[in-house]
Design a protein around this ligand. Structure first.
Ligand SMILES: NC(=O)C1=CN([C@@H]2O[C@H](COP(=O)(O)OP(=O)(O)OC[C@H]3O[C@@H](n4cnc5c(N)ncnc54)[C@H](O)[C@@H]3O)[C@@H](O)[C@H]2O)C=CC1
Ligand SMILES: O=C(O)[C@@H]1CCC=N1
Length: 288
């Protein structure tokens, strides 16, 4: 069995089913993140939507999954019973309650992937049967458009092979990387929360243009396209931000005057401080 078609095996864990395309996948929680990740998995073309099941206590969020051929239920236990790869997509404070509810249904055949901000691998492993294969994952909102940035970290009974499986399944969601657990909290600040920091910047750019007389709807559209274009250039050229910045800055021109204003306003320190504050908050959420 090999992963490209395929199945994966952890050295001291059971094989991860037969074919990846036969893997049964579950989601507990049916919010935006579950939707983004499920869309990515469906887009991979490796898993038929009928092999995916999702649970939530109310029906509010379920129709958009049903429309894509995903099975839905109100029972978290049913999700665990019918799946081998289970994504935990509830808010962090609900994780202990949800894991207490499903723990007796979890076997060593399962891989449990939590995307809850701050909740540590140690906590997840304590709440699940000994030997459970657990992975922590931090996605971000653009996963819903398959332009996300995800970071994975494995628990003590999971590793490279579970990460390989997840990278294969999740790569349509965007950039998928793996790293040590402490990076997950930093990634939460940089990217999970960082998306919202970019929106604050977008709003501020647009409001600057409104102040200078541009209609706000047009200013917002241009701000969005400016951020999109700058981001694609940064990603696709592989150049450093400083190199691209230098390409825009004509000596004595408009941009360097604007950058001076940003620096006088402490923009760079504020952005670094935002990532630091969000990372610290993720660490705090993880404390028992
Ligand atoms: N929203 C974001 O940008 C990001 C969120 N996350 C993490 O993803 C997780 C989910 O976040 P969102 O999708 O934004 O939340 P959400 O509030 O949109 O969705 C949570 C879902 O959980 C369901 N739910 C509530 N109680 C439940 C229970 N007892 N059993 C099963 N389902 C239950 C809700 O009905 C809802 O469908 C959170 O832990 C968050 O930290 C991670 C990265 C980014
Ligand atoms: O604000 C939060 O706690 C979640 C985690 C990252 C993005 N949203």
């Amino acid at each position: 069995m090999n992963l490209s078609e395929s199945s994966v095996r952890s050295s001291d864990s059971p094989a991860i089913q037969t074919d990846v395309c036969q893997l049964k996948i579950g989601f507990i929680g049916a919010g935006n993140m579950a939707f983004g990740i499920a869309q990515g998995i469906i887009a991979s073309g490796k898993i038929p939507p009928s092999n995916i099941i999702i649970s939530a206590p109310s029906t509010n969020n379920l129709p958009r999954f049903q429309e894509r051929g995903v099975s839905v239920t109100h029972s978290n236990e049913e999700v665990v019973e019918r799946s081998r790869l289970v994504f935990l997509a509830v808010k962090p404070h609900l994780v202990p309650k949800v894991l207490n509810g499903i723990s007796r249904n979890v076997t060593q055949e399962h891989i449990i992937v939590s995307m809850a901000a701050g909740i540590t691998l140690e906590t997840l492993e304590e709440l699940l049967p000994a030997g459970t294969r657990v992975v922590r994952m931090m996605p971000n909102l653009p996963c819903v458009l398959l332009e996300g940035a995800l970071l994975l970290a494995s628990g003590s009974c999971a590793g490279e092979e579970e990460e390989t499986l997840l990278k294969t399944l999740l790569s349509p969601c965007g950039l998928v990387e793996a790293g040590p657990e402490p990076w997950i909290d930093a990634h939460t600040g940089l990217s999970g929360s960082g998306v919202a920091f970019v929106y604050v910047f977008a709003e501020a750019l647009a409001e600057g243009a409104v102040k200078m007389g541009m209609p706000s709807a047009l200013a917002r559209r241009i701000a969005a396209q400016t951020i999109l274009g700058a981001g694609v250039l940064l990603r696709d050229t592989g150049k450093l931000p400083a190199e691209l910045k230098a390409e825009v800055c004509t000596p004595g021109g408009t941009t360097i005057h604007g950058i001076h204003a940003l620096e006088k306003g402490g923009f760079r320190a504020a952005a670094m401080g935002a990532v630091e504050a969000a990372t610290e908050r993720a660490r705090e959420l993880g404390k028992k």
